[in-house]
Design a protein around this ligand. Structure first.
Ligand code: FE2
Ligand code: FE2
Length: 253
């Protein structure tokens, strides 16, 4: 594992696992996607012990939210409480996006400026990604500030007033619609990049950006699926139970 770390550049490692970035920041190692200097070489130049650096990288928790293959292994549990579900979504998906969106936005801009002349589609990818990023961030703000606090209160026996008035239903419908709009915008980026396929002459930073975009889209699909099929469905069924209870109470003699 330590050899594998040393053979690739810091930028490539961060493109694959964004949770390694703080380690490089702590060690004063730059991790630009366009620098393909092997980490071993960088360590030796900076007078750092490669073994020690590899140990630090290995110590990063592989089950942390930004790790590569772990999201698949940690699905949202259908039978969990509302609090558990909200924590899962924040930990595994929102944290990853809040961390990765601004970084990737900067890297796409750099790649567009470097290769936009020969690959003009990169300018459109850059502009589209800025829109997608803004849309996703606004969407997550609504979930973090409106829906999730309400969900946490749905665990209790006493239903929040919003659930009794049908307001939760409204919020969920808006969020579902936003998922579709985000998917559509990502589809445009996927089409522009021919399914994130690097052109034959693509440099390592260009390849790394495409790889990071593909990972972001895969994570988003998983994220939206967990919300639409599990959390939102549970919220709506809980709200209908509350409405039925209200109706029963109203009809009671
Ligand atoms: Fe979300
Ligand atoms: Fe969402």
């Amino acid at each position: 594992m330590s050899t594998a770390f040393m053979e690739v550049s810091a930028g490539t490692l961060v493109a694959q696992r964004a949770n390694l970035a703080p380690i490089f920041e702590g060690l004063g190692i730059a991790y630009h996607f366009d620098d393909d200097t092997p980490l071993q070489e960088v360590c030796l130049k900076k007078g750092l012990d490669p073994q020690m650096v590899a140990e630090s990288l290995r110590s990063v928790d592989d089950t942390a939210p930004y790790a590569d293959d772990t999201i698949e292994a940690h699905p949202l549990q259908r039978q969990g409480s509302f609090v558990d579900m909200v924590e899962h979504l924040i930990f595994w998906h929102h944290n990853y996006l809040r961390y990765q969106l601004p970084r990737l936005s900067g890297e796409i801009g750099k790649v567009a400026r470097a290769y936009g002349k020969t690959h003009p589609e990169l300018w459109r990818v850059d502009a589209e990604f800025d829109d997608v990023r803004a849309g996703i961030e606004r969407h997550m703000d609504k979930e973090d500030l409106v829906l999730f606090p309400l969900c946490r209160r749905l665990d209790s026996d006493v239903a929040p007033r919003e659930a009794q008035s049908g307001a939760v239903d409204c919020v969920v419908r808006v969020l579902e619609h936003e998922h579709q709009r985000i998917d559509h915008a990502l589809e445009t980026i996927r089409d522009l990049t021919h399914g994130y396929t690097p052109p034959a002459d693509a440099k390592p930073d260009h390849v790394a950006v495409l790889k990071a975009l593909a990972k972001l889209e895969a994570d988003l699909h998983r994220h939206e699926q967990e919300e639409d099929d599990i959390l939102f469905a549970k919220v709506l069924s809980r709200e209908h139970i509350i409405e039925d209870q209200d109706l029963t109470n109203d009809l009671a003699p």
